[in-house]
Design a protein around this ligand. Structure first.
Ligand SMILES: Cc1cc2nc3c(=O)[nH]c(=O)nc-3n(C[C@H](O)[C@H](O)[C@H](O)COP(=O)(O)O)c2cc1C
Length: 342
């Protein structure tokens, strides 16, 4: 089935959910422009999600995607946390920060029954997951609410697994993609393929619609992915400079440097994610062996980020970005989308 038919959208375009970078405004703009707007829910409480959904339902009657993380929450490891803070100690010292006074990481909760209650209440047309899928009981609750279920695969094995669990469509997330790798079966970064290598290999093993994500930034890129057999595309980075995006001025300026390198780093959360290379990535990583597991690493970095940002520096800021920023435009999402499909 065509993606447009499956998701009841005009254009074969999903705006990537981007936790920390956007809220209802971007999702509304994209859905009203004929794509599928997405709301990242990983950092929201159920009450915050209800409030965002009320705003969305008042502003559009078009389909919407709610996105959740499905990682396993690691047990806090005090010794590991101390080693991590030890490594950051010279920075704490330079900024006059007390390592012992720093609170734990901000919450990034995996999808749970409280969130499933919200799904049953609002019945979003699409629910997408990152890092696999929730357990069978939770997944059943989502399906029975009538939502179509989508998740990211970063390898052929993950695509096969997702199909076996009964998803409606698969996102092929190439290694060019900005933000977190959605991998969940194998944590070896060498298994991660570029979009052009991953897409045909996933298409070869599934009849499900496959959505290409990672490094797609313009109409030629979209045409290319569709010509290769993708049912649609999911773009994230291209939307980051849009008027409706919520990223900081520091992040905006960094994204405008088209040739600045990106890397996969675990420094900001503990899970590998692609962002523009900055000072802390250069000095400690980009992959730091002492960083606690996802999402725990972020707590120790947060006050450094805040202190540096007060001086106008992005030295400790996660500057999430895909490898291709040529599609980023400081215009409304509607204008950006028009350009992508003209
Ligand atoms: C700032 C940022 C935040 C992201 N956060 C999420 C998220 O919360 N959930 C998710 O499923 N994917 C997230 N992603 C990954 C996207 O779903 C998608 O794979 C990626 O943006 C596609 O590659 P591109 O950035 O090159 O377009 C994020 C990407 C970016 C750039």
């Amino acid at each position: 089935m065509r993606l447009e038919q499956l998701l009841d959208i005009k254009l074969p375009l999903i705006q990537a959910p981007m936790a920390g970078a956007q809220g209802a405004a971007l999702a509304i703009a994209v859905s009203n422009a004929g794509g599928l707007g997405s709301l990242p829910c990983a950092m929201l409480t159920p009450a915050q999600l209800r409030a965002e959904l009320a705003v969305i339902r008042a502003a559009t009657d078009k389909p919407i995607n709610l996105n959740f993380f499905t990682h396993t929450s690691p047990a806090p490891d005090l010794a590991q946390e101390q080693r991590w803070r030890q490594q950051l100690q010279p920075y704490y010292q330079a900024y006059g920060l007390d390592a012992d006074a720093i609170p734990a990481a901000p919450a990034r909760h995996p999808f749970n029954h409280e969130m499933a209650d919200v799904i049953e209440e609002f019945r979003p047309e699409v629910v997408s997951f990152h890092f696999g899928l929730p357990d069978a009981v939770l997944l059943k609750r989502v399906r029975e609410s009538g939502s179509k279920v989508v998740s990211s695969a970063t390898t052929v094995a993950e695509a096969v697994w997702l199909e076996q669990q009964g998803v409606d469509a698969i996102i092929a997330q190439g290694v060019e993609a900005g933000g977190h790798r959605g991998f969940f079966l194998d944590r070896d970064l060498n298994t991660q393929l570029g979009t052009m290598a991953l897409l045909p290999q996933i298409l070869a093993v599934t009849e499900l619609p496959v959505i290409a994500a990672g490094g797609i930034a313009d109409n030629a890129g979209i045409r290319g992915a569709l010509a290769m057999g993708a049912a649609g595309v999911q773009l994230g980075t291209a939307f980051l400079l849009c008027d409706e995006s919520r990223i900081s001025e520091i992040h905006r300026q960094a994204l405008a440097q088209l040739n600045a390198p990106t890397a996969l780093t675990n420094i900001f959360t503990g899970g590998p994610a692609r962002g523009l290379v900055n000072r802390v990535m250069q000095e400690l990583g980009p992959i730091a062996s002492q960083a606690p597991e996802f999402p725990l690493a972020g707590g120790a970095i947060a006050p450094l980020r805040q202190a540096a940002e007060q001086q106008g520096l992005g030295d400790f800021t996660p500057l999430w970005s895909g490898q291709n920023r040529r599609g980023c435009r400081a215009v409304s999402a509607a204008v950006l989308i028009q350009g992508l499909f003209e």
